[in-house]
Design a binder for this molecule. Structure first.
Ligand SMILES: C[S@@+](CC[C@H](N)C(=O)[O-])C[C@H]1O[C@@H](n2cnc3c(N)ncnc32)[C@H](O)[C@@H]1O
Ligand SMILES: [Zn+2]
Length: 277
């Protein structure tokens, strides 16, 4: 467990400060959380859930997709935003809400050599990966829909990529003057795969809802569209299907049939909206 990150965490039961006590974290009320052998800590509260957590297989597929650079334009857009961020005077960590493999978090930490990072995810398989993704990254298992066990104002930069959002908690943990970068898929994202692979398509009203969930903050969100084309092998298509929320919807025989029918290369669209404040 990254020792510095413990300073920004709070007890999921009473909100108190945590300190390390051997292989656990403990608050002054005696609530404890074990530090897993893999270096993350689970801070699920009594109202937290993990039914939406990604499985080990989904994370492995996501890792291959990100490792192959297929979503590089998203990382580039995040880097560009940070380049313009003017965060020099804002103290605090980089917090990735719904961090997955931690790939985007690691990219941000690379260009912020003075910051530490925290990946929050309700999947222990994600937390295991985040704990080793970068020497300055820490990882916790926590539910974004519950109170996020991070101190108020502790985040100079929050990133939230393809993951659930809790506007109230985002604003509570964001430092004064801190930045937020949210990436959401548009209805065109992976559009060539939606019908053949029975993928869940994006609800066009989702953007309106996003604004609504994040409205309470003083500054409004600005947004930009990022679109790119991917030239994919059948196994890359299989990974894109396997890493998403539609994984497991298609039965194995039908999935194999669809993959077998693909040409050597398929052109697939990437399309996301990048929201910042
Ligand atoms: C689509 S993935 C995106 C992961 C990563 N940001 C990326 O783009 O590669 C969504 C992630 O959110 C996590 N997740 C889903 N529901 C969550 C919740 N309620 N609290 C915390 N994490 C959650 C999943 O386990 C998964 O890792
Ligand atoms: Zn406590």
């Amino acid at each position: 467990m990254l020792a510095d990150i413990i300073d920004i965490l709070i007890c999921p039961h009473c909100g108190g400060d945590l300190r390390q006590n051997g292989a656990s974290l403990i608050c002054s009320n005696g609530h404890t959380a074990n530090i897993a052998r893999q270096g993350y800590v689970s801070l699920l509260g009594s109202h937290s859930g993990s039914h939406t957590a990604d499985s080990a297989e989904m994370l492995a597929a996501r890792d291959r997709v990100l490792g192959a650079g297929l979503f590089q334009p998203v990382a580039d857009a995040i880097q560009k935003e940070i380049g313009d961020a003017g965060l020099e005077d804002v103290e605090g960590a980089v917090v990735d809400l719904g961090a997955g493999t931690g790939w985007y978090l690691a990219g941000v930490l690379e260009v912020h050599p003075d910051r530490i990072g925290l990946g929050v995810d309700n999947s222990k398989f994600a937390a295991r990966r985040v704990a080793r993704v970068h020497p300055r990254a820490g990882a916790i298992v926590a539910d974004i829909w519950d109170e996020v066990p991070v101190k108020s104002g502790a985040a100079a930069l929050i990133i939230n990529v393809f993951s659930p959002r809790n506007g109230e908690e985002i604003e509570r943990i964001r430092a004064e003057g801190g930045r937020l970068i949210v990436v959401t898929p548009t209805p065109d994202h992976l559009r060539e795969l939606i019908q053949p692979f029975e993928m869940i398509s994006v609800d066009p009203d989702k953007e309106a809802r996003l604004e609504k969930t994040l409205v309470d903050a003083e500054e409004s969100l600005s947004s930009g569209l990022v679109e790119w084309k991917m030239n994919l092998t059948p196994s890359e298509v299989a990974d894109l299907v396997a890493m998403g929320p539609s994984a497991g919807r298609l039965d194995q025989a039908r999935l194999a049939e669809q993959l077998a029918g693909l040409p050597e290369r398929s052109e697939v669209t990437g399309s996301v909206q990048v929201w910042t404040r």
